[in-house]
Structures are given as structure tokens and as C-alpha cells.
Design a protein around this ligand. Structure first.
Ligand code: NDP
Length: 268
């Protein structure tokens, strides 16, 4: 069922899904992402609240807002947009979010639940990748899946989700030796490293499914992925574009999580 319909069903039951978005400072990319999230809420019929705090906000002030949102029954879920200014410890903030309102799924409880395959929320980007694979009926079971990148928000959960679907998963990172030997083994290659057009066609097996998570600005200011699209598309059977690929799915999953949070908080 589409999120719009789910939002309507909840509202008919007297539950008003509400997503709060907290942004600290003036990071231009973060501002664009937050504006997109607010727009998505409008489209789906989720109430949104934006808290734009100055870069000078202290950690204690931000913690106080997190606590307020945790205890506000009219807020079903919220996110604190990353990155935070360097004087604020991200982990301290993420750990303070009520796991039942943690629609980014960054809280250690939610991360642990993903590990055992028993979760309320999945992190938006890896879950978006899984939905894309499902949508295109790409069988994962028994396939060589290579994830390049091991961040807590993309690479690691991505590997776990592919493993849950019975992929044979290899995770690569900056210390991986002979990276292209590993990527060339992949039936399904997910790249999330933050290096523009780093993975080229010669690093890809003929017929592989290539998922490009990266979002980078090149020297001309153009948005590019971590994969060199032109050379990679000659080898891949499927390949996601940047923009218009994984980013779209990431946004859709956030809306899904916001609806889920409203359902969870209705039941508590
Ligand atoms: P991080 O910087 O947190 O992690 C990058 C990972 O890539 C690290 O694990 C790092 O290894 C690895 N890496 C870096 N260089 C290399 C290399 N040369 N060879 C192999 N591995 C390498 O990035 P994120 O995971 O947060 O994001 C990755 C990309 O995805 C970025 O472009 C980001 O903008 C984009 N992104 C897109 C989203 C979307 O919605 N489409 C959402 C989130 C991110 P090590 O651990 O050893 O340092």
C-alpha cells in the first residue's frame, strides 16, 4: 500500500503522523536534503516540523530538544540531520533518540535489531536499495554481492540486508587490496564510498547489477555517483543513475518509516 493511503488510514483512526526534522547550522547540502524531506511529507500527507538551530547550538541544547521530541506525543518520529557541527558528538545525540521515534534507524538498539533481522525501522538508503532490487525482481539468493564502503549508515547495514536475503556478501573498504579483483566477482555491486566516478567499467563483471549510492559534486559542480556511469553501463545489466536512482528510494523509505513510527507510537 502506498504511504499516502497509509497516512490517510491512520488519520481516519485519529492518528496524525508527524515527522520532525532537526538541522543544526548552515550546511548547504543538509539544507537541500531537509527541504526535500519536508516536501515529501507534504506530498504524502505527513505533518512535518522543522527545527533549524544555529551552528552555535551547544550539545546540551540539542540534547534538550531531543528529549522534548522524545516526550512529545504529537511527534511520531524525528531525525537529526547529519553531519552536526564538530563541537557536537553525533553518537551522543543519536543515542539519546527514542528508538521508537528513530526513523533514520541509527540508534544502537535499531542497529542491533537489523543484525538479527527483527526490526521496526531499516536505515533509509540500504532499505531503498533492497526495494529497488525487489522491484526489478533481482534474485539475491546465492549471488556474489559486493558492497564497497563500510559506513554505519550505508555499507554495513547494506551488507547485512543482502545477507538476510541469502547473498554471499563481501564488504570492501579503503584498506581492501586489489579492489577491482573483488568488484569483478560481483553479481550485485553496491558502491557507497563518496568518491566521484571511482568505479569504472573495467572493475565490473559483464551483466552485473550495479547500484550507485554515491552523491558527489565533480569539478564542474555536477552531481555524480561513485560509479563512472558511461563505462559501467556498457557492462552492467542494470545500473542506477545519479541523480534519480538510490536517492529517490532513500527519500521514499523515510516516509515509510515515518508512517511506521506513527503506527508504533499509536500502539504503545
Ligand atoms: P563514509 O565516508 O561514511 O564512508 C565511506 C566508506 O567508503 C568507508 O567505509 C571507506 O573506507 C570507504 N572507502 C573510501 N574510499 C575508498 C576506496 N578508495 N576504496 C574502497 N573503499 C573506500 O560515506 P557514506 O557511507 O556516508 O556515503 C557514501 C556515499 O554515499 C557518499 O557519496 C554519500 O554522499 C552517499 N550517500 C547517498 C545517499 C543517498 O540517499 N543516495 C545516502 C547516504 C550517503 P574506510 O572505512 O576504510 O575508511
Amino acid at each position: 500500500m502506498q504511504q499516502k493511503e497509509q497516512a490517510e488510514i491512520l488519520k481516519a483512526k485519529g492518528v496524525e503522523p508527524c515527522l520532525a526534522v532537526v538541522i543544526v547550522g548552515e550546511n548547504p547540502a543538509s539544507k537541500v536534503y531537509v527541504a526535500g524531506k519536508i516536501r515529501d511529507c507534504e506530498e504524502v500527507g505527513i505533518t512535518s516540523r522543522e527545527y533549524a538551530l544555529p551552528a552555535s547550538t551547544t550539545q546540551d541544547e540539542l540534547l534538550a530538544l531531543v528529549s522534548e521530541l522524545n516526550n512529545d506525543d504529537s511527534v511520531s518520529g524525528f531525525i537529526v540531520q547529519l553531519p552536526l557541527p564538530s563541537h557536537i558528538d553525533e553518537k551522543t545525540i543519536l543515542d539519546a533518540i527514542d528508538p521508537k521515534k528513530d526513523v533514520d534507524a541509527f540508534h544502537p538498539i535499531n542497529v542491533g535489531k537489523i543484525m538479527i533481522g527483527d526490526y521496526d525501522f531499516l536505515p533509509c538508503t540500504p532499505a531503498g536499495v533492497m526495494e529497488l532490487l525487489e522491484e526489478y525482481k533481482i534474485d539475491i539468493s546465492g549471488k556474489e554481492c559486493v558492497v564497497v564502503g563500510r559506513s554505519n549508515i550505508v555499507g554495513k547495514p547494506q551488507a547485512m540486508l543482502l545477507l538476510h536475503k541469502n547473498g554471499t556478501v563481501t564488504v570492501c573498504h579503503s584498506r581492501t587490496k586489489n579492489l577491482s579483483d573483488v568488484t569483478r566477482r560481483a553479481d550485485i555491486l553496491v558502491v557507497a564510498i563518496g568518491k566521484g566516478e571511482f568505479v569504472t567499467g573495467d572493475m565490473i563483471k559483464e551483466g552485473a547489477v550495479v547500484i550507485d549510492v554515491g552523491m558527489n559534486r565533480n569539478d564542474e559542480g555536477k552531481l555524480v555517483g561513485d560509479v563512472h556511469f558511461e563505462s559501467a553501463k556498457e557492462k552492467a545489466s542494470y545500473i542506477t543513475p545519479v541523480p534519480g536512482g538510490v536517492g529517490v528510494m532513500t527519500r521514499a523509505i523515510l516516509m515509510k518509516n515515518a508512517i511506521k513510527a506513527a503506527q508504533l507510537n499509536q500502539d504503545k
